[in-house]
Write a protein that binds this ligand. Structure first.
Ligand code: FE
Ligand code: FE
Ligand code: ZN
Length: 298
């Protein structure tokens, strides 16, 4: 069975995040280790972390998927920005290690943007940074996120991600998080041929490196390179795509994180619907439940 969750607010304690996720029917969640715009890490509270861990174990949560702040850029041509990103990532991982010692944690990040230097240099800068960041004994696994390809973003095709992983010494500590909205916007057939997307992933990177999903619909057409998330079933992917995704045997026990524009009731609804689809609910019955929910929610 897959794990489902969403990106919970990290304004409270770790324990609070897990409780909020559980309230919405989740058995995983994503969170920012610090403000998405950067800033300082919160004071370390190991008791809070251990409280959360026992809650996670009690309720059989899957791996957590932390998300690096958006402002980091390991590929930047500005050395100050690149160095700050690298140092902050190291700090984030040091913090996550307190969780990772007790419960599996992934640290998902946007690979970077080459800001005009070209893809090749960008990829090398990201790989060099990862070689500095990853410690020999760390338990936290880093996940490169598949990107939409807006601006000079690196990682909008699987070959670029493969090149980064191949250039990292501790490549066993690096894997991939596939964002369904981004990958559609990058031009892959997420909507109508998900099986082919997985075949392509397997050929370029190897499916054993696919460790998590960001499960989002998209406001834009395939290949738009836009990156604007939509609620499940209300975008260009549609319910049929999500039925195929959660029914795919090759990715069946991974964490699936919603980054859809919702509040708690919307996330709880989407998690429930995705779990039912995973358990074999027909597309027709899913559409009925979906129509009923959005009729009242609007
Ligand atoms: Fe992301
Ligand atoms: Fe994402
Ligand atoms: Zn996005």
């Amino acid at each position: 069975m897959a794990y489902f969750g969403w990106h919970v607010s990290s304004s409270g304690s770790f324990k609070k995040m897990a409780e909020t996720a559980y309230k919405g029917g989740a058995d995983t969640f994503a969170f920012f280790p610090r403000s998405p715009r950067g800033g300082k890490l919160k004071a370390l509270d190991t008791e809070d972390i251990l409280d959360m861990v026992s809650f996670l174990k009690e309720h059989k949560f899957g791996p957590l998927v932390a998300h690096a702040p958006y402002i980091y850029n390991l590929a930047s041509k500005d050395d100050t920005i690149r160095k700050r990103s690298l140092d902050n990532m190291k700090e984030d991982i040091e913090r996550l290690e307190y969780i990772a010692a007790e419960h599996p944690v992934y640290y998902n990040f946007h690979p970077g943007a080459h800001t005009g230097q070209g893809t090749h240099i960008g990829i090398n800068k990201i790989a060099d940074a990862l070689n500095e960041i990853i410690g020999p004994t760390q338990n936290t696994i880093l996940l490169l996120e598949t990107m939409a390809g807006k601006g000079s973003e690196i990682g909008s095709n699987f070959d670029e991600l493969a090149q980064i992983i191949e250039s990292v010494d501790a490549s066993d500590k690096v894997a991939v998080c596939l964002d369904t909205c981004h990958t559609n916007d990058a031009g892959l057939a997420v909507a109508d041929n998900f099986s082919q997307v997985l075949d392509d992933f397997n050929a370029a990177i190897g499916l054993e490196k696919l460790l998590a999903f960001h499960i989002n619909d998209s406001k834009n057409e395939k290949g738009s390179r836009k990156d604007r998330h939509e609620t499940i079933g209300r975008g260009t992917l549609g319910l049929s795509a999500f039925k195929k995704i959660v029914s795919e045997k090759r990715v069946k026990s991974l964490p699936f994180i919603l980054e859809t524009p919702n509040e708690l009731p919307g996330y709880a609804f989407e998690i429930d619907l995705l779990r039912q689809l995973e358990s074999g609910l027909s597309l027709k019955d899913a559409e009925k439940i979906f129509d009923e929910y959005w009729k009242d929610a609007k």
